[in-house]
Design a protein around this ligand. Sequence first.
Ligand SMILES: Cc1cc2nc3c(=O)[nH]c(=O)nc-3n(C[C@H](O)[C@H](O)[C@H](O)COP(=O)(O)O)c2cc1C
Length: 409
Amino acid sequence: MPFDRFEQRRRLLQWLSASPLFPYAGFASAAPDIPSKLAELEAAADLIAKPEDAINVFDFEPVFRKNVPPAHAGYMYSGIDGEMTLKANRAAFEKYYLRPRRLNDVSKVDMSVELFGVKYPTPIVVCPTGGNKAFHPEGEVAVARGAKPGNHLQILSTVASSSVEEVTKARGAPIWFQLYATSTFNVARQLVAKAERAGCPVVAITVDRVAGRNQEAFERLKRVDSRKCADCHKPGIEERAKKLPNYAGIDIAGLTNMLSSNMDWDFVKRLRDTTKMKIVLKGILTGEDAALAVSNGIDGIIVSNHGARSEDSGRATIDVLPEVVEATKGKITVIVDSGFRRGTDIAKAMAMGANAVGVGRPYLWGLGAFGEPGVAKVLEILRTEFRVAMAQSGVRAVKEFTPAFVRRV
Ligand SMILES: Cc1cc2nc3c(=O)[nH]c(=O)nc-3n(C[C@H](O)[C@H](O)[C@H](O)COP(=O)(O)O)c2cc1C
């Protein structure tokens, strides 16, 4: 059946307005950041027509919603089960306030950070997200080009819709590779070798997707999409691997599961011995595991609940960050993601001891809304907001941030 954009949108809006998920599914009009009354004003306003019209990153989300068919939009929006964690990731920032210092000549602000010997102009990292062509035909390549003007670190997903070679080229600089290690060591080893050959200095092993998940919003939005998922998504692991550019040339003999329920510290150690790349674990959520990462010789951690897409723990990553920072004691790199939407969110995490901050959905909103220029504008807004948050805090360089700049309500 041909894709009728207006019909799809009508159904999506109908579903959204009737859904009990609506008040907390992460949609812009329900986000805790929108000051009172603005939601009503926004409802009356037109959607932004071009990236330059955006006032904050949330402005891209309704345009994404207009452009992207319901099933794909649902894949992006969805959390897990009742989406407690999705709500918590945003709401938790309200528990922390900044303590700005004055009279500290902030006429020049240096936002740069160093990660594994490479200097980046800001700590804002582009998180790995799978299948970006579901949102825009240029997918991850458009994301890479959008990340270029701000020279952001980009982490590419194993299940990206463009290959690590292609995206590295589009980005014009080395990127990091995110690994779904699968159930089969030999497949993980080959994927890591491929990333290393493509020039990736770091592999981020995702450790928080070990079981199935019930993405309720995704499942419901699939039902209002008039297209048939099975027309494009064929069942079976071989069919899936065939569609993934990063799997090209990988021998998948023995592969039974693309998730890694059998992964343990020994698996990670064995993998580390196959590569010269630095190893970062993505999805660590406790001080205990952070301490184990240090004792197992891991190079870094991404404190992440996968944007509330792993388990519905109910715990926001900004709440987790202090115990991880405490456990790692500055010995390894700590990045945090999940729910970051504002420069002040980033400032809070940097003050609490993060080395960098990842964003996921905001750049996908930009991508679905306008492609590369949308991604570029989302990242520019975040850079501008973070620069202002630093200057207003009286901080001239990121290393001047200390926990004294933030307090818990
Ligand atoms: C649509 C979507 C796809 C994702 N795909 C992956 C993935 O393939 N690998 C991975 O490690 N994390 C994946 N993530 C998680 C992100 O890397 C990141 O942890 C999360 O998006 C950060 O939260 P935020 O979206 O609230 O900014 C995905 C997230 C989204 C929204």
